[in-house]
Design a protein around this ligand. Structure first.
Ligand code: SF4
Ligand code: SF4
Length: 65
């Protein structure tokens, strides 16, 4: 399982980037955050910090393959 950020809900505040202990969250060119799946350890810390409810935990697409 990994965190996934809904780009349509993300306000680009950056809170999740500072919260992630694995440095698994980064901004894309549009200042919308995204999760680097290979780094995410499914800790869930970023979920509560997002005031916009943009982050969910989902099945990793890579692990399904
Ligand atoms: S905390 Fe939420 S709104 Fe802020 S950058 Fe992260 S996903 Fe986007
Ligand atoms: S679940 Fe944990 S490791 Fe994954 S992006 Fe969120 S804070 Fe980082």
């Amino acid at each position: 399982m990994v965190a996934k950020i809904n780009a349509n809900s993300c306000a680009g505040c950056g809170s999740c980037i500072g919260e992630c202990p694995a440095n698994a969250v980064s901004f894309n060119d549009d200042d919308i955050s995204f999760v680097i799946e290979d780094k995410c350890n499914d800790c869930g810390s970023c979920l509560d910090i997002c005031a916009h409810g943009a982050i969910t935990i989902v099945q990793s697409t890579k692990k399904l393959m």
